[in-house]
Design a protein around this ligand. Structure first.
Ligand code: SF4
Length: 748
């Protein structure tokens, strides 16, 4: 007998609601949930493969502990005892920063990843924190921190209502959106055009998204900040700025105008390879549109001026009066956001509160650059101890960080490493302890992160679709026990971690004058929380204290976990609304248009007007059936067009003497790889493209399908020295490479 269960898809940022078909305890099918309040039935091939992911036979089923150099199956008790025995002596002997934490992107797709890593970092008291953000979106956090005082206040384009959308370095027809949670992003772009709106795509590749646009501009990689600066300068020069209601919330406008005055369309056109007249047209169109939004993503972040590009996006949204207005770019309000405090000055956002040991790179948002991870392990300095132990949660930096070969060796030298990972992959194979979470159908789901980036306010929660398999441990319990092991208490009750967080949160809330529970008894409030376990009680707490919450009775119609559970397809909380000035936490209480760190970085952008690599440059690309390194072990999602090939323009192929499918050697500062050519005129001449997350050919892994078609690790071309200095984000796009024709293998 089969049954169905609802589950939010964790496989990309779109967060579609799925209806799973379940036979016994096995997921045998997945389709879009038509009644889902947000996704309304949309699904993509990744979501449809949910059952295959769940049932992947290569998933680890029990913990592994290294004994005499070999990873062997162990009990959970043995595994956590080994974690405590491995971590504590390192911290005690070498200091707390000798234990590092590495968090991968899947953490933002799980309840456990949303609730526990900050508690773990607090328990370890380490400043050696590295995450996938610094090979992705950290520039956006930094620009939001500097402009708005809050690195997590990220405006999203109002896709359902805008009249004009300018997309830069984003390919939502493949990615389904990023830093903009929008199920059926492709449908929303088509709807924009159908209602008479205009779509412009700026990308060195003629992507599927570009093919849908009214206009595609094949900009030279890495020059987005110059292009955006020219649009801003045009608005100033031609008297087209119109801040509207925003004017009351902005400071630094004259200074901004002066700072950008060099970046005229005529000055930037040669660097961007975009006609100056076209740049002026883009600026005029933005200004003339009834509503407009600029949305820029990974192609504009993973470049030398990623923070400046991210900053200029919101500067332009502000100058055209489109920030914080319907149809423009708005700040979402998630149900688990903290109790909104009254508008007013905040503490602001500070960069560089500490620095990495080897290169003295500044922290951003409490993180050090992932590019520095290898050197922080393998390089001795007088500034302190190298990293001796690592806690790696859902991360595969051997493939996702620059120079995986160096990191691969560095991980071998650690005194201790624990990995929370369902697979023995290129990184977790180095661990002394591997703690495998259960398949997704056995875990609950709520999108703590992505609801703060959603194009419509809504809230949804799925309980596990199937019970935990015997011998499995809930992912939330694994995380809670990891916290306890880090504290040297591996046998303590994991519920004590949640109880501690609840107690601390309530103790703070009752002291806040703007809180609905101000002055109340925290113990009494804690006793009123509902939920089957600690994580659910924490979710109940966040919902009740959040912007739509019942405030523990202050608003009887407000949200609680019980109310959410009564709405299995979710609760719609309405379209995005204007919220300023409440989200601002800058010292001035205003949008600080020209923050000092940005102003100090502008001379470097000016320098870029004169620089231009002579040879070819490399950019990345996404595929609809891929997501970083996690999905390459599923036959349903690999093969066909999802292959690790080198996109090459016909002119470049002819110059190299390479035919389609023939191997090309690509050499960068960090190493070289050889990949088959895929000749296409969908890429600019002089630009080549490789996808990331591939390179599954290292020994000691257990991903049998991925190892058959391993592809190559594009990040091996990097040596980790190219960074956006403000954010520490790795430069992954527009990097200079050398191309040569490789020897074609002899037929066997
Ligand atoms: S678009 Fe993303 S969230 Fe939706 S089904 Fe596909 S992978 Fe899942």
């Amino acid at each position: 007998m089969s049954r169905t269960a609802l589950r939010i898809c964790p496989l990309c940022e779109a967060t579609c609601g799925l209806t799973l078909t379940i036979e016994g305890t096995r997921v045998t099918g997945a389709r879009g949930d038509r009644e889902d309040v947000f996704s309304k039935g949309f699904i993509c091939p990744k979501g449809a493969a949910f059952g295959a992911l769940d049932a992947d036979p290569d998933r680890l089923r029990t913990p592994l502990v290294r004994v005499d150099g070999e990873l062997r199956e162990a009990t959970w008790e043995e595994a956590f005892a080994a974690v405590a025995a491995g971590l504590r002596p390192v911290a005690e002997r070498y200091g707390r920063d000798a234990v590092g934490v590495v968090l991968g992107n899947p953490n933002v797709h799980t309840v456990a990843g949303g609730l526990y890593p900050s508690v773990l970092i607090g328990a370890l008291r380490t400043r050696s924190v590295f995450t996938a953000s610094t090979v992705d979106q950290m520039p956006k956090h930094v620009s939001s921190g500097l402009l708005f005082g809050d690195p997590n206040a990220i405006p999203v384009p109002d896709l359902d209502h805008t009249d004009h959308l300018l997309l830069i370095g984003a390919n939502p027809l493949e990615s389904n959106g990023s830093l903009c949670t929008a199920p059926d992003f492709p449908g929303k772009l088509k709807a924009l055009r159908a209602r008479g709106g205009r779509l412009t795509v700026i990308d060195p590749r003629r992507t599927r998204t570009a093919r849908l646009a009214d206009r595609h501009i094949a900009v030279r990689p890495g020059t987005d900040a110059l292009l955006l600066a020219a649009l801003a300068t045009t608005l100033f020069e031609e008297g087209l700025t119109d801040l509207g209601d925003l004017a009351a919330h902005v400071e630094g406008l004259p200074e901004l105008r002066a700072a950008l005055s060099d970046f005229t369309p005529e000055a930037v056109a040669p660097a961007c390879d975009v006609d100056a007249a076209l740049l002026r047209t883009l600026a005029r169109e933005l200004a003339a549109a009834p509503t407009a939004a600029i949305y820029a993503r990974i192609g504009s972040c993973t470049v030398p001026h990623g923070t400046l590009a991210s900053w200029l996006v919101d500067v332009l949204n502000t100058l055209t009066g489109n920030l914080d207005r319907p149809g423009g770019a708005l700040f979402p309000q998630a149900a688990t956001d903290r109790t909104p405090r009254p508008a007013g000055p905040g503490r602001g956002f500070i960069l560089g509160r500490w620095h990495s040991r080897v290169r003295e790179l500044p922290e951003a948002k409490g993180e050090l650059p992932l590019s520095a991870l290898a050197e922080e392990i393998d390089t001795a300095t007088e500034q302190g101890e190298p990293l001796r132990a690592l806690v790696v949660i859902a991360a595969n930096p051997v493939l996702s960080a620059p120079d995986g070969d160096r990191l691969d060796k560095a991980l071998e030298s650690l005194d201790f490493m624990v990995a929370v990972d369902p697979y023995l992959n290129e990184t977790s194979r180095h661990a002394d302890v591997v703690l495998p979470p259960p398949p997704p159908a056995q875990s609950p789901h709520h999108d703590f992160a992505f609801n703060t980036l959603a194009v419509r306010n809504q809230v949804r929660y799925s309980r596990p679709a199937v019970p935990l398999e015997p011998g499995r441990m809930a992912e939330t319990e694994i995380h809670a026990r990891l916290v306890l092991a880090a504290m040297g208490m591996p046998e303590a009750d994991p519920g004590s971690v949640d109880a501690m967080v609840v107690e601390q949160t309530l103790a703070k809330a009752v002291k806040e004058p703007h809180s609905p529970v101000h002055g109340q008894d925290p113990q009494d409030l804690a006793a009123r929380l509902t939920g089957d376990d600690g994580p659910e009680r924490r979710l109940d707490l966040m919902l009740r204290l959040g912007p739509y919450g019942d405030g523990f009775g202050a608003d009887p119609d407000g949200l609680t976990l019980d109310r959410l559970l009564a709405h299995p397809h979710g609760i719609d909380l309405g379209p995005l609304r204007s919220r300023l000035p409440q989200p601002l936490k800058t010292v001035s209480g205003r949008i600080e248009l020209l923050p000092a760190p940005v102003a100090a970085d502008l001379p470097r952008l000016r320098q870029a007007l004169r620089e231009r690599p002579a040879g070819p440059v490399l950019v990345g690309r996404r595929h609809l059936r891929s997501n970083n390194s996690w999905l390459h072990n599923l036959p349903a999602l690999t093969g066909g067009t999802n292959r690790c090939t080198l996109h090459l323009h016909p002119e470049d192929a002819a110059r190299l003497g390479v035919r389609d499918g023939e191997p090309v050697r690509v050499k960068g500062a960090g190493g070289e790889v050889t990949a088959p050519a895929e000749i296409t005129d969908g890429i600019r001449p002089g630009v080549v493209s490789l996808p990331h997350g591939w390179g599954h050919d290292r020994p000691g892994t257990r991903q049998s399908h991925a190892a058959v078609q391993p592809g190559v690790n594009v990040n091996q071309l990097l040596d980790g020295t190219l960074l956006d200095p403000l954010s520490g984000n790795a430069v992954l796009n527009g990097i200079p490479v050398e191309l040569t024709r490789a020897r074609v293998p002899e037929p066997r």
